[in-house]
Design a protein around this ligand. Structure first.
Ligand code: ADP
Ligand code: MG
Length: 241
């Protein structure tokens, strides 16, 4: 059997030290296969964003192991890690993290250009990603010429550009109305069906219902997993954790 796209083994993460130490994640074991769409739910402060940043190699685990497509991140130097991230991981940040001095098209093309893809090809791919998210008409706008919802969609286009195998999205529909939110979920679901491993942090049971599996975090631990996320009672029971 091939390696899972994402594997966390006994991962813990602390922030701060001494009396100020916070343990954001405690002994997380998680394995996500190609084509699998996993939703992560849990109250504010339960460790959802920490889990995603560690899974994407943006932050390191305090202990335990993270592997992407069989490569242990702990064994990589900074350059190797950056390269793996650009090639393998699409990331939608809660605060978008777009470059204000670039247009929408340039923002979306950036990860590919950084990875050495020629400008023409990178922009072609970026145009396709903008089309898939339904904002190709905004390609030449700068970030301060776009609404929050439009910027959020640029961030999503940047995360899906090219053929990356792991897509991590931290509440990617927060700034969108429910119609646009649903259309983004449709894109994420399609990506998973095409073989990408997708991890979505969401507060909305309606969005988690698109996933193959739902993980519930509380105080940094996985407290439950609903294999059949389409059973609404499972989700409702957790809506108030
Ligand atoms: P969630 O995304 O579920 O709201 P987070 O992963 O952001 O949760 O945070 C989990 C815990 O870790 C919280 O107690 C939060 O305050 C703490 N935390 C997260 N990031 C940092 C940081 N950079 N420095 C200190 N504490 C942090
Ligand atoms: Mg968060």
């Amino acid at each position: 059997m091939s390696d899972p796209v994402l594997q966390l083994r006994n991962v813990s993460r602390n922030y701060g030290s001494g009396n100020n130490q916070v343990t954001a994640l405690k002994h997380i074991d998680l394995s996500i296969a190609a084509g699998e769409f996993v939703a992560v739910m849990g109250p504010s402060g339960s460790g959802k964003s920490s889990l995603l940043s560690i899974a994407g190699g943006l932050e390191t685990a305090s202990s335990g192991e993270v592997a992407i497509e069989g490569t242990a991140l702990g064994g990589l130097n900074i350059n190797e890690l950056a390269r793996l991230r650009r090639r393998a991981v699409g990331y939608v940040f809660q605060d978008f993290n777009l470059v204000p001095t670039l247009t929408a098209l340039e923002n979306v093309a950036l990860p590919m250009e950084l990875d050495g893809v020629g400008i023409r090809q990178a922009r072609q791919q970026a145009t396709i990603a903008l089309q898939q998210i339904g904002i190709d008409q905004l390609a030449n706008r700068f970030m301060d010429e776009m609404s929050g919802g439009q910027q959020q969609r640029v961030a999503i286009a940047r995360a899906i550009v090219g053929r990356r195998r792991l897509l991590l999205a931290d509440e990617p529909t927060g700034a969108l109305d429910s119609f646009s939110g649903d259309s983004i979920l449709d894109v994420l679901r399609q990506r998973a069906d095409d073989g990408t491993a997708v991890v979505l942090v969401t507060h909305e049971a309606r969005h988690a219902a698109w996933a193959d599996r739902v993980i519930f975090l509380k105080d940094g631990r996985i407290v439950d997993e609903a294999a059949d996320s389409h059973d609404p009672t499972v989700l409702l029971n957790h809506a108030a954790i």
